[in-house]
Design a protein. Structure first.
Length: 194
């Protein structure tokens, strides 16, 4: 089994799909390597590609505020993406690009071993929850897959485009906070801590 650093290096050399041709930097993902909550976006945008860091543009700033609203910091969570290289003109990643890149994400999830996975937007949800996932209808619902509690919510970029979605996103965030506390409580009880 590779370490996260080794995996990051492997990703930085990847040429498994055509996206490598247009990248400035691969965006592996970042955050707390022991996080209980892992957020998964779609793929790097302009600033992420330049900096090699996930969610550093406008959508990333909003994500930071969303986290703050439920008393979490970026240092508490891990943020990754379905694809590690920026698609040209920020188009959605193609199915075949997602299919190869998601293998890296699987390794990442194994290594980080979160309890909760939050899919940001339809691309993440379709690759992680189900291929026909409808974000407007199915967001906010928990799906249990193996040991993971998985939920999808709107991508912060969608919230920037349409403010009306923020009310639903806030419900999803509260829902996340509640699940997080539930998991921490279960663990404390398991350890015999009141
Ligand atoms: N949008 C994403 O889906 N991921 C990022 O890292 C940045 C913007």
């Amino acid at each position: 089994m590779y370490t996260l650093d080794e995996l990051k290096y492997i990703v930085s050399q990847c040429k498994m799909c055509e996206l490598y041709k247009g990248r400035t930097k691969t965006v592996f993902g970042e955050g707390n390597e022991h996080a209980r909550i892992m957020f998964i976006g779609e793929g790097p945008g302009y600033y992420e590609d330049k900096m090699g860091r996930s969610f550093v543009g406008k959508a990333g700033q909003l994500l930071g505020k969303m986290l703050e609203s439920i008393e979490l910091k970026r240092e508490d969570i891990y943020i990754g993406n379905i694809v590690k290289c920026r698609p040209p003109n920020n188009r959605n990643p193609l199915e075949e690009e997602c299919a190869v890149c998601i293998e890296y994400l699987r390794w990442q999830v194994k290594l980080i071993d979160p309890d909760i996975i939050i899919c940001l937007g339809a691309v993440a949800a379709r690759n992680i929850i189900s291929t026909d996932f409808r974000i407007t209808k199915e967001r906010g619902n928990w799906v249990k897959k193996g040991k993971f509690y998985i939920m999808a919510t709107y991508h912060p970029a969608a919230l920037l485009r349409d403010e009306r979605k923020k009310r639903d996103a806030w419900e999803d965030l509260k829902n996340l906070r509640a699940k997080y506390e539930e998991i921490i409580d279960i663990e404390k009880r398991g350890l015999g801590i009141d």
